[in-house]
Design a binder for this molecule. Structure first.
Ligand code: FAD
Length: 271
């Protein structure tokens, strides 16, 4: 059942720097917002208007649905912009939240069919039964702030005790590795298999003083574009969730389809 769209008045609780161009916003709301992991809301600031009326921008919810404090991860663009206006607000300021919106949400996991079939014999009949094992766990591919809705999905699945999710995450330089500490904790606890890639070769290379071939641990990004590392996402019939800039999403979907994934396996969001 889709959640009802509501309008809430929130207050900024605190703002954290999460990289050179990105901030995390924690906004308390008077009542719990009902939404599904991966959905987004429209944020607006009282009295911030243009000729068309109140200025609103969509942002994915990073916090899990059970919380009364909503978290957002927002790339700050230079003023004049909505993101720079919200970043300048003092703690305690009012923010209007409308939502939830969107269909970038987790689909039900299907059982994983393993060693094809089990054959058993009773009397003179053979019975062929599919071997049901674990559920097919989803895989995730994110770039930049595209990690926001995926973070919410991973947190939600982690709370349900799921382990062994695959995450391929791309950013510009290692400084832009959002939620690094939390993702590395999930990787250490086997909640996720984490592969990261940094597209700005020069910066990462010099900063980390590593050669591309040596960059194999999750905390040290591989060098290059996400599409170079799609082989880390093996096709076992699972759902794949992709979020990032339009170009990245387009290229990633095209490559996945070429390697045998079906359209039905792919759910995407882009901005
Ligand atoms: C479903 C969905 C989910 C999203 N989730 C996220 C998320 O989790 N995190 C995230 O960071 N983004 C997210 N986005 C993108 C977000 O909604 C904004 O589009 C994005 O943040 C850019 O907004 P802004 O406020 O930075 O810039 P805007 O205010 O949209 O401005 C865009 C550009 O125009 C320029 N500009 C603006 N106003 C003027 C003016 N008056 N005169 C001259 N130039 C001007 C600005 O300098 C800026 O570079 C999401 C989008 C969608 C559709």
């Amino acid at each position: 059942m889709p959640s009802k769209v509501v309008r809430l008045s929130g207050r900024i609780q605190h703002i954290l720097n999460e990289g050179p161009r990105v901030k995390r916003f924690f906004i308390t709301v008077p009542e719990k917002l009902s939404f599904s992991a991966g959905q987004s809301v429209a944020l607006s600031i009282p009295n911030l208007c243009d000729a068309r009326g109140p200025i609103k921008r969509m942002f994915s919810i990073v916090s899990i649905p059970e919380k009364t404090e909503l978290e957002f991860c927002i790339a700050i663009t230079p003023p004049p912009s909505f993101s720079s206006s919200i970043a300048e607000l003092p703690v305690g300021s009012e923010v209007i939240i409308e939502g939830p919106f969107g269909i970038f949400t987790l689909k039900e996991s299907k059982p994983l069919l393993t060693s094809a079939f089990e054959v058993s014999k009773t009397a003179n009949e053979f019975h062929v039964q599919p071997q049901l094992q674990a559920l097919q766990l989803p895989s995730f591919i994110a770039a930049g702030t595209g990690i926001a809705p995926i973070m919410c999905m991973i947190r939600t699945l982690a709370c349900e005790g799921k382990k062994g999710l695959h995450l391929l995450y791309g950013f510009r330089t290692t400084e832009d590795f959002l939620y690094k500490e939390e993702l590395e904790k999930y990787a250490a606890a086997n909640v996720i298999f984490l592969t990261t890639s940094a597209s700005r070769l020069e910066n990462t290379h010099i900063k980390e003083n590593i050669k591309p071939a040596e960059s194999t641990t999750p905390s040290i990004a591989k060098i290059g574009r996400i599409t170079q590392y799609l082989n880390t996402i093996k096709n076992i019939g699972q759902q794949v969730y992709i979020c990032g800039p339009p170009e990245m999403v387009k290229d990633t979907v095209a490559e996945l389809l070429e390697t045998g994934f079906t359209k039905e396996q792919i759910t995407r969001e882009q901005w």
